[in-house]
Design a protein around this ligand. Structure first.
Ligand code: FRU
Length: 496
């Protein structure tokens, strides 16, 4: 019988040609088939590698493989052959999410979760167990280690279930490796466990970094943890979030916890807590630190709730977000597009200090491959303060997506109901933004069928897909009372 990895690689070779030619220009999509979480986002031999949850044979989830790509600048990606496939009993349900690191000896270590059938901690048979596995390679080919699973379910501390133990995120600290893992304790919620290792293969349990006690969702999938701008930041993707005002929506959410961390006692003290992204399509982010010390995050530009709503006749499904540089400012995790994107800007259009009230468009400020910055300033007189500023994007006579700033409420609402979408899913998200005396800064990145909005220097972001007619490319601006706008617009052109 053909080995599963060879089968996946052969399938890639045969089918990547018919995988839709009209891809996004600079967002990574799977070579063919299905993609979910980013995995193993890391530097290997001076290049940035990204693996991803991957099922090449269909546009729906199946026992996951790891797809693989690399980049020098986060914008142009080069596909590499499928990295790992489920081939052993301990990973028969799939090679789930994980991370990667370059070992001291120059080899590349992949840590992932192997899902398989077994007897759980309560003695129930035929359960879906999750255990941590390793594969070692040279940047292209990987060999699973002999003693997988290297962190078996029996290494889960007292009270943890064996069915939810996943998504190892490795990092190096003070000369040894640490791995974070999501696990579900007795109360049915989630906690983040830490293990340590000298060599990346032999691990011992350290303790609990944080636990959710059924608050902020249940299990926090795909945890990540790093020091940034003097604070420690814990990222997680909680399942089964309960709605909390405009901060957290129900279902699959995202969570940033900013705080202090004492390495000796493993005590993480929370200081600030908020969603990572307020959009409809953002999940399971992962970060790396670049050689020049920047913390870059990439996420799956999708959400489990929306995955069954697919366009007909597709050969690939979903994409990653644009990689974003992170900073902690005033208790918030702020995001901006990687600066490398700027090299790909052409056709600059500047509109300076111009009044807008009625719905207005500006020559050449349009498109679906776009980097657009709009700064709005009130032109207030005593009797006339503006309350609403609205941009319509991806617009034609019939369709548009709306970005609406409500100054009185202090919110932005993004609404794709009128984008031409044919599925009755969540199309609208509203979130709070800072009150800057009526001034608001919006940066919008568009790449064919996606929009990523960065508000007020990335204090809030909204990520969403808009499966709408590509000819809908107009942009208009309007306000209920006169405002001044400064617009900087570029087409993004990426030669492949
Ligand atoms: C998150 C997730 C992970 C898991 C993977 C499986 O989206 O559920 O927890 O490892 O997807 O594909």
């Amino acid at each position: 019988m053909q080995n599963p990895l060879e089968k996946a690689r052969e399938y890639e070779t045969l089918h990547k040609k018919d995988a839709d030619p009209e891809r996004p220009a600079f967002h990574l999509t799977p070579m063919v088939g299905w993609m979910n979480d980013p995995n193993g986002f890391s530097i290997y031999k001076d290049e940035y590698h990204l693996f991803y949850q991957y099922y090449p044979f269909d546009v729906h989830w199946g026992p996951t493989h790891w797809g693989h790509a690399k980049t020098k600048d986060f914008i142009k990606w080069e596909y590499l052959p499928c990295a790992i496939a489920p081939e052993h009993e301990y990973e028969s349900n799939g090679c789930f999410s994980g991370s990667a690191i370059e070992l001291e000896d120059g080899r590349q270590l992949l840590l992932y979760t192997g899902g398989s059938k077994g007897t759980d901690e309560k003695g129930r048979e035929n359960q879906d167990l999750q255990q941590q596995c390793a594969a070692i390679g040279d940047g292209i080919n990987f060999t699973k280690v002999e003693n997988n699973p290297i962190i078996p379910v029996t290494d889960i501390p007292e009270g943890g279930n064996w069915l939810d133990f996943r998504d190892p995120k490795i990092y190096k600290e003070d000369g040894r490796y640490i791995v974070l893992l999501a696990n579900r304790p007795d109360d049915g919620s989630g906690r983040v466990l830490m293990y340590e290792s000298e060599d990346g293969l032999n691990w011992s349990y350290m303790g609990i970094l944080d636990e959710c006690h059924n608050e902020y969702g249940k299990i926090w999938e795909c945890p990540d943890f790093f020091l940034l701008d003097g604070k420690w930041v814990l990222l997680g993707s909680p399942q089964e979030m309960v709605n909390d005002g405009l901060e957290f929506h129900p279902g699959y959410g995202t969570l940033t916890i900013i705080g202090q961390y004492n390495k000796g006692s493993l005590k993480f003290t929370r200081e600030h807590l908020h969603a990572i992204d307020y959009g409809t399509d953002f999940y399971a982010p992962q970060t790396l630190e670049t050689k020049d010390g920047r913390r870059i995050m990439i996420a799956w530009m999708m959400n489990w709730t929306n995955v069954s709503f697919q366009m007909p006749d597709i050969h690939y499904f979903s994409a990653m977000t644009l990689p974003r540089e992170l900073h902690v400012r005033n208790g918030r995790l702020c995001q901006e597009p990687v600066k490398e994107l700027e090299q790909y800007r052409i056709n600059p259009v500047m509109v300076k200090d111009t009044s807008v009230k009625e719905e207005t468009s500006f020559e050449q400020v349009k498109g679906r491959y776009l980097d657009l910055t709009v700064k709005v300033t009130p032109a207030d007189t005593d009797e006339a303060k503006y309350e609403i500023f609205e941009m319509k994007i991806a617009k034609n006579d019939r369709f548009h997506t709306s970005i609406l700033y409500d100054r009185k409420k202090g919110t932005i609402t993004v609404d794709r109901t009128d984008s031409g979408v044919r599925f009755d899913i969540v199309h609208k998200r509203e979130f709070y933004v800072a009150d800057r005396d009526g001034c608001i800064d919006l940066r919008l990145i568009m790449d064919k069928d996606s929009m990523e909005l960065f508000v007020n220097d990335g204090e809030q972001t909204h990520t969403g897909v808009i499966y709408t007619d590509l000819s809908a490319e107009d942009i208009t601006f309007a306000a209920d009372k006169e405002v001044k706008v400064d617009i900087e617009s570029y087409t993004l052109e990426i030669d492949k």
